[in-house]
Structures are given as C-alpha cells and as structure tokens.
Write a protein that binds this ligand. Sequence first.
Ligand SMILES: *[C@@H]1O[C@H](CO)[C@@H](O)[C@H](O)[C@H]1NC(C)=O
Ligand SMILES: *[C@@H]1O[C@H](CO)[C@@H](O)[C@H](O)[C@H]1NC(C)=O
Ligand SMILES: *[C@@H]1O[C@H](CO)[C@@H](O)[C@H](O)[C@H]1NC(C)=O
Ligand SMILES: *[C@@H]1O[C@H](CO)[C@@H](O)[C@H](O)[C@H]1NC(C)=O
Length: 343
Amino acid sequence: MFFIGAVVSNRIGINYGQLGNNLPSPARSIELLKNMNIGRVKLYDADHEILNLLSGTDIDVAITVANDEISGIAASQHLADQWVYEHVIAHYPSTRIRFVLVGNKVFSSISTPEDMQIARVLVRAMRRIKNTIKALGIRNIKIGTPLAMDIMETTTFPPSNGTFKQELQQLMVPLLKYINGTKSFFFINVYPYIEWFESQVWNQTAINLGSALFRSDDESYTDPQSGLEYTNLLDQMLDSVVYAMAKLGYNDVMLAISETGWPHEGESGANRYNAAEYIHNLVRKMTAVPSIGTPARPGVVIPTFIFSMYDENQKFGASTERQWGLFNPDGSPVYEVNITSIV
Ligand SMILES: *[C@@H]1O[C@H](CO)[C@@H](O)[C@H](O)[C@H]1NC(C)=O
Ligand SMILES: *[C@@H]1O[C@H](CO)[C@@H](O)[C@H](O)[C@H]1NC(C)=O
Ligand SMILES: *[C@@H]1O[C@H](CO)[C@@H](O)[C@H](O)[C@H]1NC(C)=O
Ligand SMILES: *[C@@H]1O[C@H](CO)[C@@H](O)[C@H](O)[C@H]1NC(C)=O
C-alpha cells in the first residue's frame, strides 16, 4: 500500500453537515473538532468559511461537488478548472484538502431522466476535476464519490454473495475502472443500524443487535462459501461490497466509509447507549494499529467518517434521520465518547 501512504492515516473522520438552523458557528465547530482530536472532516459542500477555519490545522479534509454541478463540470473542462480554483486552490495546501468527492449518493436516485443523466456523466466529471488537479502538479488529492448500500441487491448475506444491482452494473463498471486506475477509494455509506433495524421489521435475516454493535461476546457467523468468519455486521456489509466489486473484475479497489453512525433517538434500537457503544467500538476498530481490516481484507486501512457531528433539524425524512449527532446545538456532547481516550 506504499502508493497511498501519503493519503491514508487511520485517524477517525467525521461528517460535518450544516442542514440545521440551530447549529454552533463554524468557528466553534472547528474548535470542537480540534478538541476531539479528529483526524479528518468531510463537508457536503466546499464552504469557504469552514475551509478557511481549517487552514493550519492537521485535519485532513474531504470536500464535495454538489450533485447539480456535475453535469456542467462533466461538459466543460473550463467549469472544472473554475471549481478547482475556487474551492481547492483558494485553500490548498494550508487547508489539508485530501479528497474531492463528486456528488453524494448519485446512484441512489436514477428514476428520472435528469438524475440518470447525472449518474451517466459522473465519471466524466470526476475525470475533469482530476485533470485540473493533476495539471497543477497536486498529487495528494484523491477523487471519489460516496454511494449508499442501496447499490446492492437486497440480499447481501452471506457477504460472498454480494452483488451490485443489475440495473447499476453499466454505471458501476466505468466508475470502478476509474477508481482503480487512479488508486482512489470506493466511498460507501454503511449503516449496520439500518440493516439491523430492517431485519427486525422485515424479519429476513434476524441479525443480532450485538453483531451490529461489535459486541465481542456475540456469536460469530461463518460465510459458507468463503469460509470466512464474521464477528460483526459492519465487516459483513463491507465485504459484500468487496465481493460485488470482485465479481466485476476489481479485486483491489480500496474502500472508504463515507458515512457510518448510530441514531441516539428515534425508532427501535435508537438510543444514546447503543449509539455510544457503536461509536466507541467503531473508533477502536478503525483506528487500531496495526490495522484490522475485514475478514476478506485483513490488515487494510479503511478511512472512516462518522455520521455525524450534529443533529440536523432541517434534514428530510424520518425523525431517526435527524438524530445521529455527537453534539447538541450548544456544543455539549449528546453522549460521552472520548475519541482521544479510545485511540
Ligand atoms: C447466493 O446467491 C445465489 C444466486 O443469487 C443464490 O442462489 C443463493 O441462495 C445465495 N445464497 C445464500 C446463502 O443466500
Ligand atoms: C486495476 O489497476 C491495476 C494497476 O493499478 C491493474 O494492474 C489492474 O489490471 C486493474 N484492474 C482492472 C480490472 O482493470
Ligand atoms: C420474525 O418475526 C416474528 C413476529 O413478527 C417473530 O415471532 C419471530 O421470532 C421472528 N423471527 C426471527 C428469526 O427473528
Ligand atoms: C479524553 O481522554 C484523554 C486521554 O485519556 C484525556 O486526556 C482527556 O482529558 C479526555 N477528555 C475528556 C473531555 O474527558
């Protein structure tokens, strides 16, 4: 893995979303990140104020090109250049921008012709952003695009059965080719909570809560095809993606977790005790030295971003959608998780 040494550290990351009307100021938020000893932060945009505040810190930063900017950038190198100058060059290198993420969950909504068009030109937009960055001689910024687990066929068990949805395969192949060719990461949002919750509701696989929360005393599960033994749901979900990629011929594409977390309030299983246990065990696993990896990829570092810094009261969807934050609007922790003491 020498080739990505400059990019990959195992320090934990966090998503800093701003879809709330009651959130602490950016300055206060960056203070909180520093106090927490956070290694990386992911933004859903490329906000100038936040990027300025991150200048001079040792926090690695992922910034995002909005979905509605993708088609324009795909069609015009000039627009790509402009985006990079405005959002990257204005802050780099004093702000440690390490990832430019093009879009968010672009393959999750392809039901309208407009959305399908964005999905089709996604890789072209990624390539144009990369062209600009490369032409400037910058070598430590990777290009990626976060996807959600709805890219998988519903049956992701056992992990070795992992397959991408049939209708996405045509989109997935060029994306994997691009990510493999640029030695970037396959960014995926992975929520054991949702998998567990849906197994309760739909009663298909009856996943143990302990497995979703990394409880080590829980029973393990052996994949009958691969023979690999699993002790937690996150590994099963990640490896199902590994196997899905392998089925398309990509055995070595690295994974990054663009979002994972646990709601502290809301539906069944959503409470601050489970949330604290999940985050604590997640951080311990993902920051271990030497790296743990997954059963299919032992020892491999998987850059991971917790979702999320705050509850965001202006997010759409079920109330559980809005209760994933580590911090209250006044900046106090929702539950006690001391990342410094875990690492
Ligand atoms: C794995 O997938 C195959 C083909 O889709 C299916 O026939 C088989 O039942 C699956 N295995 C399990 C254990 O779900
Ligand atoms: C992935 O990239 C490696 C080189 O980094 C190359 O050897 C391999 O052929 C690529 N895989 C595919 C399926 O293109
Ligand atoms: C499935 O759900 C039913 C009730 O809805 C419950 O009695 C049963 O124990 C569940 N099965 C598993 C394997 O969880
Ligand atoms: C977190 O843990 C570290 C190391 O154990 C300790 O120095 C620090 O005071 C703790 N922070 C809080 C807020 O408890």
